[in-house]
Design a protein around this ligand. Structure first.
Ligand code: SF4
Length: 379
């Protein structure tokens, strides 16, 4: 038995250890000025029947892999020889491999793709989640993205039902707590909706991650962005705060604002100061802050409030205390993929200085422009 999906339920092999499934397609809002993800691709709901058919397919793949294992004398185990066979056989397709990698390496987590699965009717989402848990053994956690405007419209009772059906984690793109910034970016949610949605998700029993976008206020609203985002986070007290620094993708409305001068981005150092202002104004939360993305300058900006707040501020001060030259080399090394934190700099300083000279000579561009280009590769 072999499977091939042109438009399958599962994305091609990825580094994700989660099983990736689609309950909806793309984003129903599809308008945020900075969003590079969906670029006008139409949103559509998938029917419960369609989702269940995908889940049946995943189940059939799992059964097929186990049969293969038995035929190889591996007793049904997803062992190294079985994986080797699957990953080297050109007849075995991407989706098949994705399920195999999930079984072999995964921790039983499932990630529902695209931007806003809670937009499904509650009874449909519950039915799909229950079917998933019933048919696929070993699931330990199911995570989804959700939009605050949608989640705020669901009742607490509905969100509890969704959680009880299996949805454990909700990732929400807060981006900013400033209504001015949210409106300028056409985010389609207000600060009040973000607070309402976040509190409901938590009360329903789900683990909540709020994604914050340092730099989204640009030069004009940087202070308001930091202070209002801190205010909203204080009100929600999410389990996780995840930083995703703004990089302006070409072909987005925000790129046009940048070209017209209606929006001015912050420098990397200004973004770091903005994050400092936000952290300084987080007083009573218990969230864990993570900076787990290459587009963030300081990956080790990680800790749990209130205990780690001094440590978080120290990470920022360590960077800001570097000389101008070292900050530049650090940024070059960070976005070039060599460095994770300031402590890594001494080991790379001379190589980065050479790379800087060579890059400037070869391209004729100023180093700041080159660093900006490097940063934009992580969109
Ligand atoms: S809600 Fe999220 S996915 Fe949808 S357009 Fe905005 S940023 Fe993009």
């Amino acid at each position: 038995m072999r499977f091939h999906f042109e438009q399958g339920p599962i994305r091609p092999p990825s580094e994700s250890r989660s099983l990736l499934l689609r309950f909806t397609r793309n984003c129903p809002w599809n308008r945020c000025a900075f969003c590079p993800v969906y670029k006008g691709r139409p949103f559509s709901r998938r029917s419960v029947g369609e989702i269940q058919a995908d889940i049946d397919t995943v189940r059939a793949i799992i059964d097929d892999i186990k049969t293969l294992s038995w035929s190889m004398g591996e007793g049904g185990a997803i062992s190294a020889p079985v994986m080797n066979r699957i990953l080297t056989d050109p007849a075995i397709t991407g989706c098949y491999r994705h399920v195999a990698v999930w079984l072999y390496h995964g921790d039983g987590t499932v990630f529902l793709q695209d931007a806003n699965n809670p937009i499904m009717r509650t009874r449909d989402l519950v039915a799909a989640l229950r079917y998933l848990k019933e048919k696929i053994p070993g699931i330990t956690r199911i995570t989804s993205y959700g939009r605050s405007a949608t989640l705020a419209r669901k009742s607490l009772w509905e969100l509890r039902e969704i959680h009880e059906a299996g949805l454990d984690r909700m990732h929400i793109g807060l981006e900013s707590g400033s209504d001015t910034v949210l409106q300028f970016m056409d985010k389609g949610a207000t600060a009040a909706q973000h607070i309402e949605a976040g509190l409901k998700v938590k009360e329903a029993g789900m683990t909540l991650s709020e994604y914050v976008m340092p730099g989204l206020g640009g030069v004009r609203w940087s202070r308001e962005h930091a202070l209002e985002t801190a205010r909203v986070l204080e009100a929600i007290d999410p389990h996780f705060i995840r930083l995703r620094t703004l990089r302006v993708p070409p072909d987005t409305p925000l790129w046009d604002h940048l070209q017209s001068g209606a929006f001015q981005t912050l420098s990397d150092d200004e973004v770091v100061r903005e994050i400092r202002l936000m952290i300084e104004n987080l007083h009573s939360i218990h969230s864990t802050l993570t900076s787990d993305h290459m587009r963030n300058l300081l990956e080790n900006l990680e800790g749990t409030f209130p205990h780690d707040k001094p440590k978080l501020l120290a990470v920022i001060e360590e960077y800001l205390a570097l000389s101008d030259d070292d900050r530049l080399l650090y940024r070059l090394g960070r976005y070039g993929g060599a460095l994770r934190c300031v402590d890594d700099l001494p080991a790379y300083r001379s190589r980065l200085a050479t790379a800087r000279r060579e890059l400037e000579q070869q391209t004729g561009k100023p180093i700041d422009a080159l660093i900006d280009e490097l940063g934009r590769q992580y969109l």
